[in-house]
Design a protein around this ligand. Structure first.
Ligand SMILES: [Zn+2]
Length: 302
């Protein structure tokens, strides 16, 4: 008997639309983390936890592995060529822009031509960590938006403490043509979500939707209102471990999207199987990963 985990027919397939499974966060463990997600294996501490009741088998059928720098852009492209389930997003995170970014940008453009690059990012704006001047963040955000449009692939957007600026910039772009993209780890109100939806964007929920503190309540309110066609799930691994395992494991991993799906099923009054089905189909739609063919991307009609 081999010890390879059987792929159960009653497994729920999940697609983690935002993870950072790279050596800077997972050192030499990155590959094992990916494999255990495909085999449906949660971190050991969780499998053994009294708080963990396994009613379903989960399996990660796709991961968008998101770069935050030139080095990680190279790495996610390499990993995506090693695993059919992995797709890459290349870009420079707004908090990582520095003097070398100008020269590195040309290489990001080259990498974006790779067949497994399914999105541009992580890009966006961040007024929480004020380490990079806002005008520079804005300039690079515009570059990422233009590159995504040129390649006809989605843009992965980070937006922290800057709803006003974000809406203004995206509105200017949306006036010209619909924006294919995702607001990742959505953390704002239903009113802000509505505006992003009007521009054609998808909304992705991370472990923060599982947190019960009052300051996260608007995320849960938003999660009730997103139409089925535009909702996605993610981990933002290694960050944002879902409740009740926050602080219990050192690093969040892609399979933990199961807990995000579980919370959404409660908030949206539907089964976890429905959430898995809807969000996986949406991920395949926006990232064009049907039958592993990244050329089937369609612009969201709107
Ligand atoms: Zn991220």
């Amino acid at each position: 008997m081999t010890k390879i985990t059987t792929i159960h027919t009653d497994s729920l397939e999940l697609f983690d639309t935002h993870a950072h499974i790279t050596s800077d966060f997972f050192s030499e463990n990155a590959i094992n983390v990916l494999k255990s997600s495909f085999y449906g294996k949660f971190p050991e501490k969780i499998e053994n936890s009294s708080k963990f009741e396994k009613k379903w088998n989960f399996q990660i059928s796709g991961i968008l592995n998101v770069a935050t720098s030139l080095d990680t852009s190279h790495e996610v492209v390499k990993l995506s060529s090693d695993f059919p389930q992995i797709y890459a997003a290349v870009g420079i995170h707004p908090n990582n822009i520095d003097d070398s970014s100008h020269d590195e940008w040309q290489e990001i453009i080259e990498l974006s031509k790779n067949i497994k690059v399914a999105a541009i990012g992580e890009t966006g704006l961040d007024r929480y960590w004020d380490t990079v001047p806002f005008e520079i963040q804005r300039e690079y955000f515009e570059r990422h938006l233009d590159l995504a449009k040129k390649r006809n692939i989605p843009v992965v957007i980070h937006s922290r403490n800057c709803d006003g600026d974000m809406l203004e910039i995206l509105n200017n772009h949306a006036k010209l043509s619909p924006i294919l993209g995702v607001i990742h780890s959505f953390s704002s109100s239903p009113e802000v979500a509505e505006k992003f939806l009007e521009m054609g964007l998808y909304i992705s929920f991370s472990g923060s939707v599982t947190y019960s503190n009052k300051k996260f309540s608007q995320i849960r309110e938003s999660a009730k209102t997103i139409p089925n066609e535009r909702i996605l799930i993610e981990t933002d691994s290694p960050f944002l471990t879902p409740h009740p395992f926050r602080g219990k494991i050192e690093k969040n991993t892609p399979l933990m999207t199961a807990f995000v799906a579980q919370t959404l099923s409660g908030l949206r009054n539907c089964s976890i199987a429905d959430i898995a089905k809807i969000t996986t189909a949406n991920a395949r739609q926006i990232f064009g990963t049907q039958n592993n063919n990244v050329n089937t991307k369609k612009l969201n009609e709107k």
